[in-house]
Design a protein around this ligand. Structure first.
Ligand SMILES: [Zn+2]
Length: 429
């Protein structure tokens, strides 16, 4: 009882009102970390104690402090604890496969089932926040609500909804006869600046946290119109300025150099993939202040798909075109001082393998493990506009953290086996 009282007074001293402290005493978790990467980019700390109250980190102190009575103790004194990982590019509602016709067979409710399954797989792999950049209308938004309310197991979700595309471009329905396309369309295409601005406002009304558009052709859609710019510069400017006027960030899918350059000049917040970026495109991105999200695991996924003969001829041709250049553009972007942010395109490969991207960032892009970890925590949090909420283990931040055996700053592959995950103060089973 005395110990319980002590815990209560500690909470009062920590700034909670007596009433709030009483309620919170039952909800205190103390985590002992053998090694702590509290703020990626800064040196790791030794044995440390993290106090979590409800969904928030309350304190981080040196040494293994005894927990107050009534608090839960989580013992990671033989492990490294670090902030929950962030993947800035996933598609929770889809799985890899070349059967594009499934779009005409499976209803959106089936994508919801896949999304629920993939959300659990993703958070168990240590990713406590993801940005979903393309899912059927409302599927990503409802997954976001489901994980936020704790009804389903999964990460915090920043959700775009359907990508905005040109008619017949990457993100539109393709590969079917016209009547079928009309029936399946998510009404996410536009022609001309005015209509493109309208699509952004509709996405905002529907609940998008971020606007995703496909500036260029894409690899896995049945359109055979190449990988260069699809939107005009005027259309891209309309999309970006309209989104920014609504306080929404913009992610542009882009492969071809001129499409990347046009999107960067329009002021996008991130270029996704960026496969054929040349010097002019990278300089435009640097001047515009956008980030580069290389999605290297996407190329692993399509290379596996090609080996398994999954793709139709137009898709297979585009896959071959991109595979020769994996990592080159990201290396050039990093050298030019463009922030390279962790994003994988999960859904193009199997969900749950997201952390394999770390080794690719080290081997193909030349990042240090510390830089790669920052790209998936502090840097990704900034891109998502959540830098005061996630990406660090610090007082006031959301209690999103993971524990791994070994030292990820020495061998980044230890992040591929995560022993423990907490998201919003809840331990993930
Ligand atoms: Zn994608």
């Amino acid at each position: 009882m005395a110990a319980r009282l002590l815990a209560f007074f500690l909470l009062v001293l920590a700034g909670l009102s007596p009433a709030a402290a009483q309620e919170a005493a039952a909800d205190v978790t103390v985590i002992h970390a053998g090694r702590l990467i509290a703020e990626p980019g800064r040196p790791a700390r030794g044995p440390s104690t993290i106090v979590v109250v409800g969904d928030r980190i309350q304190s981080v102190t040196d040494g293994l402090q005894p927990p107050p009575a009534g608090a839960r103790l989580i013992d990671h004194k033989d492990r490294t604890v670090l902030p929950g990982l962030i993947d800035a590019h996933v598609h929770l509602a889809g799985n890899p496969g070349g059967e594009f016709w499934r779009e005409a067979v499976d209803p959106d409710e089936w994508n919801m089932v896949l999304g629920i399954e993939n959300a659990a797989t993703t958070v168990r792999a240590g990713f406590t926040t993801v940005r979903d950049l393309g899912s059927p209308p409302q599927v990503g938004h409802m997954l976001r609500r489901g994980t936020a309310e704790g009804r389903i197991v999964g990460p915090r979700i920043v959700s775009a909804g359907p990508s905005i595309s040109i008619i017949g471009g990457h993100g539109d329905v393709s590969g079917f006869r016209t009547e079928v396309i009309h029936a399946l369309s998510a009404r996410n295409t536009c022609t001309g600046p005015e209509e493109c601005a309208q699509r952004v406002r509709e996405a905002s009304r529907a609940g998008a946290d971020v606007i995703k558009f496909t500036a260029t052709g894409g690899v896995l859609s049945q359109q055979a119109r190449g990988l260069e710019a699809h939107f005009t510069d005027e259309e891209m400017r309309a999309i970006v300025t309209t989104a920014h006027s609504l306080g929404l960030k913009v992610a542009a899918h882009a492969h071809g150099a001129r499409g990347i350059e046009g999107a960067a000049r329009a002021g996008v917040d991130s270029i996704e993939h960026g496969t054929f970026a040349d010097e002019a495109a990278i300089q435009a991105l640097r001047r515009g202040g956008g980030a580069f999200v290389p999605t290297l695991m996407a190329y692993t996924g399509i290379s596996e798909g090609l080996e398994q003969d999954r793709y139709t001829p137009p898709v297979a041709a585009k896959v071959r075109e991109t595979l020769a250049l994996v990592g080159r553009a990201a290396r050039a972007a990093r050298a030019a001082g463009v922030p390279v942010v962790f994003g994988t395109d999960a859904g193009v490969y199997e969900h749950g393998r997201n952390a394999e991207e770390f080794a690719l960032l080290v081997e193909r892009v030349g990042m240090s493990p510390a830089e790669a970890i920052a790209s998936a925590t502090t840097d990704a949090a900034r891109l998502l506009g959540l830098e005061t909420e996630i990406g660090r283990i610090a007082p006031g931040f959301s209690a999103d953290l993971i524990a791994v055996s070994g030292d990820p700053l020495a061998d980044v592959r230890v992040l591929e086996r995560v022993d423990y995950v907490m998201v919003r103060g809840r331990a993930v089973e």
